[in-house]
Ligand binder design. Sequence first.
Ligand SMILES: Cc1ncc(COP(=O)(O)O)c(C=O)c1O
Length: 362
Amino acid sequence: MTSKRVYNFSAGPSMLPLEVLEKAGSEITNYRGSGMSVMEMSHRSKVFLEIFEEVKADVKRILKVPDNYHILFLQGGASLQFAMAPMNLISKTGKADYAITGNFSKLAYKEGIKYGTCNIAATTEASGHTYIPSQSELKLDKDASYFYYCANNTIYGTEWKYIPDTGDVPIVCDMSSNIISKPVDVSKYGIIFAGAQKNMAPAGVTLVIVRDDLLGMELPYTPIMMSYKTMVEKDSMHNTPPCYNIYMLGLVLKWIDSKGGLEGMEKIRTERAKILYDFLEESKLFKSPVRPDSRSDMNIPFITGDEALDKQFIKEAEAHGFVNLAGHRTVGGMRASIYNAMPIEGVKALVEFMKEFERKNK
Ligand SMILES: Cc1ncc(COP(=O)(O)O)c(C=O)c1O
């Protein structure tokens, strides 16, 4: 048990900004004179609809979402989008292209093949997903209904540094682990989706941004809850939306404004990641398994090469207030997930701790 907040390096759900938690706490029993918590409000009430409209407007403004796109707040996590995207898009030609660069794009591919022919445009599986393929390595089909990729591979710590050029083929992108960490050109995408629980809000809401011309092509057996068209027509309220999570996302977006918007976030993320990567380069004990040009600024795996020492490191780190540093159960080692809410001081303190651990374990 600890009475103070720890540096939480969890891959998700992850840290939220302290200011956001405090603001939510101050409004938890009586939201701005409404006499009730946001958790207790009807989603059709005037007071909630005001919150909802403001959050939607803030997503549009902060991500510079063009007018021919719709903003949806859905449930089912990012994982539901693995099925929802093909069910809504693949009917155009019956085919889609997938880049498999980690666990989540593989899961998306496995969903996709249930609904049509999915070609593997690239896979980094043989390398242990240690890099991102270049544009020339993508085997693209110009008749694909869409091209699918995952912008940041949470488990393997790789991140796409470019938006693939797919010609007229719409891009579907899973941005769960790097959304709102840097500016993004939404106009290059057909669909962007992201589970909230890393950079945006508590788990339970999935942000989906969908281009208008991609609506209305769902397969006939698509459940109504999984039709983008229905959700657009009902403004995300075919059923009760995840109201409290949407409100929390709103608070996070105001916090992002206070930090200089997405340009501000990008500056901080670059600086924060550089501190850890610079140390990994100079360390004789710890090293990054990821090819330098593909390294993520959000999830940074590292290893000592000795499993017992890795375990000892994780245990000692936890005792010093650096928690959730174990790598994903499928890959082992360590991983520091450093999303928007992780202060730079958290990474500096972690590096100091790593230096000390290295000195003691030479
Ligand atoms: C990149 C990415 N995509 C998808 C998921 C799955 O998200 P969810 O648990 O919201 O379904 C995760 C979860 O960690 C993720 O990191």
